[in-house]
Design a protein around this ligand. Structure first.
Ligand code: SF4
Ligand code: SF4
Length: 492
């Protein structure tokens, strides 16, 4: 056999395998969207969101829908508004397909974040591969994302453009870090302007983009509020959140506003829990399905695939170019509550604070196997949550279905151990009073940090809701004020 023949045989096998995995991938999407459509609380206005998910994450199709070239973002820490202001549609690249993760698995490290493994595999499964992206942006957050280009190189990128990487400073409270991140935001703007053929991204385009995303954030906050009151099922909320990047935010916002009043007719069963930890990406909604089966209802979450797709909206009193870019930089750096940052007490408070006002009976903490940032923080967080009087369950899983029964049994046992949310709050208060009196003394520095934040007045601020309104009870997020100054182009 000639060398060319064996290559042809090999390519033929690879192609057959790709087709087989693509069918499985489409089946996962179909199964999950069908499960949502067949819910008793489903109503017609949800069709828009489910249709978006059903059409898949193909960048070429999304570009045709939005009328804009698509910029793929590997994480929600790249500023959407800046991408949009440059004339691109920001699409968050999510990896929730088990089939896609399995396709790429043989060439990748065995204990790798399944979400990223799935992203690598999915690029080979889309009809046009990754070619539909005009550019791709990767903030280097965890170690896996920093290594993503190398990992992708082992499998192939389906013709996608190379990742443009942003260097994310992890010690975010330092002035130097904030300056460095601002420099990264300026550099991203340069890269976007280059990709847009030199089109300038100035204050008018930035302000317009800020307004678009403020509107989306408001509508999404209302949805979070309805979920907290028991009107929105956990999987439906996650599906609406997952569809956000599949269309223009303006259209998505209008559709959500239409759907919001209709949620009020539904009352969800189950004990309220707060869901924290690694993201849960569509179509792998195994966790939501199991939670519901176990009689648990997500009333709030800390997931960057859930409430944290919007850590808050950006409102800025300084409309200069520098002021707007600085506000964006602060919002995406200081406002982000991802555990990839070092020593972020605000993050712990955002999970613990619900215990103080009794909104949740317990915390379910999700760790994707191989996701080190969440794995690492889970032990300390468990201690804090329990000190606050709430129960805590750590669930470690991946995209395989095999552990479903074990997880369900654990979730059911957890549910049986819970007391309704308001009683948890009173137990929590009692415990804390005893703790302080008997073991910690009563000076302010011995109080939990949640009680010690002081408000500050801001000229540029992030307004938050959902998970971050929980931080409001533990003290507002405070950012250094942006000084009023004339527009300075090309800074820093
Ligand atoms: S977990 Fe953190 S680093 Fe990972 S995608 Fe979400 S926000 Fe980005
Ligand atoms: S933070 Fe965790 S879930 Fe997010 S990309 Fe890194 S390993 Fe994956």
């Amino acid at each position: 056999m000639e060398r060319g023949d064996s290559e042809t045989v090999f390519d033929g096998r690879a192609e057959r395998q790709r087709k087989k995995f693509r069918l499985k991938y489409l089946e996962e999407i179909r199964r999950e969207t069908e499960a949502i459509r067949s819910r008793p609380d489903y109503f017609q206005e949800l069709d828009y969101f489910v249709d978006l998910l059903e059409s898949g994450p193909d960048p070429a199709a999304i570009s045709a829908r939005t009328g804009l070239p698509v910029a793929g973002l590997l994480c929600v820490q790249a500023p959407f508004e800046l991408v949009r202001a440059a004339g691109f549609h920001p699409f968050r690249i999510c990896g929730g397909s088990a089939a896609a993760a399995r396709l790429s698995a043989p060439q990748l490290p065995p204990v790798m974040c399944p979400a990223l493994r799935s992203i690598v595999g999915a690029a080979l499964l889309e009809p046009a591969g990754g070619k539909g992206f005009a550019l791709r942006i990767a903030p280097c957050t965890c170690d896996w994302t920093a290594k993503m280009p190398e990992l992708e190189g082992l499998v192939g990128s389906g013709g996608a453009p190379a990742f443009y990487r942003m260097d994310l400073p992890r010690l975010k409270d330092r002035d130097e870090s904030q300056e460095r991140w601002l420099g990264e935001v300026y550099a991203l703007r340069r890269r976007l302007m280059e990709a847009a053929g030199g089109k300038r991204v100035g204050p008018p385009a930035l302000s317009k983009a800020l307004a678009v995303y403020q509107g989306a954030w408001r509508a999404f906050s209302n949805l979070s509020g309805l979920r907290a009151k028991g009107h929105v099922a956990s999987a439906v909320f996650a599906a609406v959140a997952a569809s956000f990047f599949h269309d223009l935010p303006e259209t998505w916002t209008e559709r959500l506003k239409r759907a919001l009043p209709l949620f009020k007719a539904s009352a969800q069963d189950g004990l309220e829990v707060f869901l924290a930890g690694s993201p849960v990406f569509f179509p792998n909604f195994k966790l939501y399905r199991l939670l519901e089966e176990a009689g648990l209802r997500v009333a709030g979450d800390d997931l960057c695939s859930g409430e944290r797709i919007f850590p808050g909206a950006v409102f800025c009193d300084d409309p200069s170019e520098h002021g707007l870019l600085k506000a964006l930089a602060q919002r995406y750096h200081q406002g982000c509550l991802c555990p990839v940052f070092a020593e972020d007490d605000r993050r712990a408070n955002s999970v613990v604070a619900p215990a103080l006002d009794g909104r949740h009976s317990g915390v379910v903490y999700h760790v994707l196997k191989g996701c080190h940032p969440y794995d690492l923080e889970s032990i300390g967080l468990e201690r804090r949550v329990k000190e606050a009087g709430m129960r805590f369950l750590r669930i470690e899983t991946d995209y395989a279905e095999e552990d479903s029964q074990t997880l369900l049994t654990r979730l059911e046992a957890f549910r049986n151990s819970l007391v309704p949310a308001r009683r948890v709050a009173s137990v929590g208060w009692t415990r804390r009073r005893v703790d302080r009196r008997e073991t910690r003394g009563s000076s302010p520095e011995h109080l939990p940090r949640a009680y010690r934040h002081a408000p500050s007045s801001l000229s540029c601020r992030t307004v938050s809701s959902g998970s971050q309104s929980r931080s409001a009870s533990s003290g507002p997020l405070s950012f250094p004020a942006v000084p009023a100054q004339p527009s300075r182009q090309g800074r820093p």
